[in-house]
Ligand binder design. Structure first.
Ligand code: URA
Length: 209
């Protein structure tokens, strides 16, 4: 699949299995989502450009590398995306965090926006949109629409589990957006839940089930 990157690292796969398990409680679920997000951040940032800098080590002057170029922004889709923020910030502490609030209308299953606060220089940033479950793709597509309207040009989508339907929907509308995921599952069920998935990510993160 073009522009889809599936992380098959054993640590990520192992942790994802525990995340999926229905007996995993909210505390462990949260911790593992944070850990997996941190491991994924390592890969999502793999192609960030580097520049040479000169520093003094205790031994001598040295030419070393630092990340250059675009500034980063991470944008969780409320509320489940919040579970991925801390893991990302552990590796990218200088990233600014925007928030987009969308909920899925239970009747139409379409996304409705209720909150948006983004860094003012969003057009200059490489944005990583966070949503653990890419199900129908409706929320992610709407969030990407929204970011583009605000001037964002460089957007990646990072999730834990993607359904083929969601990948197709996002790429139909936004073919240039790279999707990073720890798994591509089988399909959606009649209630637009991912199968086998992990259930409702927001409820499991925040213990609201
Ligand atoms: N959102 C979730 O939290 N889980 C799904 O399976 C689909 C959408």
């Amino acid at each position: 699949m073009e522009n889809v990157f599936v992380f098959d690292h054993p640590l990520i796969q192992h942790k994802l299995t525990i995340i999926r398990d229905e007996t995993t409680g909210a505390k462990e679920f949260r911790e593992l989502v944070e850990e997996v997000s941190m491991l994924m951040a390592y890969e999502v940032t793999r192609n960030l450009p580097l520049e040479d800098v000169e520093i003094n080590t205790p031994i001598c002057r040295a030419k070393c590398k630092m990340i250059s170029g675009k500034k980063l922004g991470i944008v969780p889709i409320l509320r489940a995306g919040l579970g991925m923020v801390n893991g990302m910030l552990k590796l990218i502490p200088a990233a600014k965090v925007g928030h987009i609030g969308l909920y899925r209308d239970p009747e139409t299953l379409k996304p409705v926006e209720y909150y948006c606060k983004l860094p003012p220089d969003v057009h200059e940033r490489e944005l990583i949109l966070l949503d653990p479950m890419l199900a129908t793709g409706g929320s992610a597509s709407a969030a990407i629409d929204f970011l583009k309207k605000k001037g964002a040009a460089n957007i990646k989508l990072m999730c834990l589990i993607a359904a083929p339907e969601g990948i197709e929907a996002v790429h139909k509308r936004h073919p240039g957006v790279e999707i990073y995921t720890a798994a591509v599952d089988q399909c959606l069920n009649d209630h637009a839940y991912i199968v086998p998935g992990l259930g409702d990510a927001g409820d499991r993160l925040f213990g609201t089930k």
